[in-house]
Design a protein around this ligand. Structure first.
Ligand code: 5AD
Ligand code: SF4
Length: 348
């Protein structure tokens, strides 16, 4: 036992000093139960050393619940007839952006299901209107063609989020009927080529997912040179084919996130909403285990309940002011401070 414990301690030290681990070493850390706290505090030290004590807030606007895809885990999948579908109007989105500015937010994240609520010209117009404000802009709108991504970059979008979800190709194919793993990778590469700050990430706890494949996910994030990584625990949604899969994945998601911080010390890592859903202090714990970003939901309140990827999402009845205030107070409560810049990645 002592020998084993020492080995794990050595691995954590190695990751903290050299930011590099083999696949077997990552697996050992994922399986370990003796030193989780040490792992989390090491990730916290690396976070402090490389990205400091500031927390970047990104105002999240969930502008549409319409989706053409059928991801097995997601409540917005097109076959979920129970889901209420909406698409905000451009003026409504810009109203949310104004509120975000008044609240001092320096990044807007436009997220929606994969759809054609706006055509390319409308999206370009929207991006340009948003960029008239003093804000960075992140898009999270799924798989598009090279020329569409290019049009959005030229219009002024700064960042793009598109999770790989899992790097296990067989599992990916099962979870995403009609979608192509290779195209997903191609999208991530295209976004990087177009100089978007590129965010990806994964779900932790999908049925059939192994620690080996979680280790592959972490090493993939590093190999592709992502600027942001969002890790979310899978949460079972009763209106999806995965309704009976147990969704208790908080601890494992936190470990995946912490190891990601150790291996990618200078990237941006959000404390995800899904973490908050599984644990009342989930985002706070994540902020103390390697995360440095929070994405308060500033969507027009009456619509929030319809953007139901999974049940139990927090803050669905709050105003933007309330959600942002809560995040600011949480940040202060752990002696961190809210950043007043755009929060681009600073490479070391
Ligand atoms: N549990 C957790 N996260 C989910 N997402 C979709 N459905 C779920 C779920 N049931 C995540 C996906 C997607 C992001 C927008 O939401 O990882 O990339
Ligand atoms: Fe659509 Fe995204 Fe949900 Fe998949 S995860 S069904 S692409 S909203």
């Amino acid at each position: 036992m002592t020998h084993y414990y020492n080995q794990i301690q050595q691995l954590i030290k190695k990751a903290e000093c050299y930011h590099s681990l083999s696949k077997d070493e990552v697996i050992a850390l994922l399986l370990d139960k003796t030193s989780c706290e040490e792992l989390f505090t090491a990730a916290d030290r690396v976070r402090k050393k490389y990205v400091g004590d500031e927390v970047h807030l990104r105002g999240l606007i969930e502008f549409s619940s319409v989706c053409v895809n059928n991801c097995l885990y997601c409540g917005l999948r097109k076959d979920n007839k129970n889901a209420v579908r909406y698409c905000m109007k451009i003026e409504e989105i810009l109203d949310c952006v104004k509120v975000a500015q008044d609240l001092g937010l320096k990044t807007i994240v436009l997220q929606g299901g994969e759809n054609n609520c706006f055509n390319v010209n409308e999206m370009v117009y929207l991006i340009k209107e948003i960029k008239k404000y003093d804000t960075a802009l992140t898009l999270s709108i799924g798989e598009k063609s090279y020329s569409e991504y290019e049009a959005y970059k030229t219009a002024g979008a700064d960042r793009f989020l598109i999770r790989i979800e899992t790097t296990d190709k067989t599992l990916y194919t099962k979870m995403h009927p009609g979608m192509s793993f290779d195209n997903r990778i191609k999208c991530i590469e295209t976004l990087k080529e177009l100089s978007f700050e590129t965010g990806t990430g994964s779900l932790v706890g999908l049925p059939g997912q192994t620690v080996e494949s979680l280790a592959d996910d972490i090493l993939f994030f590093k190999s592709i040179g992502a600027d942001m990584i969002g890790i979310g625990p899978f949460i079972s949604n009763p209106y999806t084919p995965l309704k009976d899969v147990c969704g208790n994945n908080f601890d494992m998601a936190l470990k995946v996130m912490s190891i990601t911080r150790l291996l990618m010390p200078d990237i941006n890592i959000p404390a995800t909403t899904a973490m908050e859903t599984l644990h009342p202090e989930g985002r706070l714990i994540a902020l103390k285990s390697g995360a440095n970003v929070v994405m308060p939901n500033i969507t027009y309140t009456p619509l929030r309940k319809y953007y139901e990827l999974y049940p139990g999402k927090s803050a669905i009845t709050n105003t933007a002011y309330e959600t942002v205030s809560k995040v600011i107070n949480m940040t202060k409560s752990i002696n961190r401070y809210v950043s007043n810049d755009y929060g681009f990645r600073n490479r070391f």
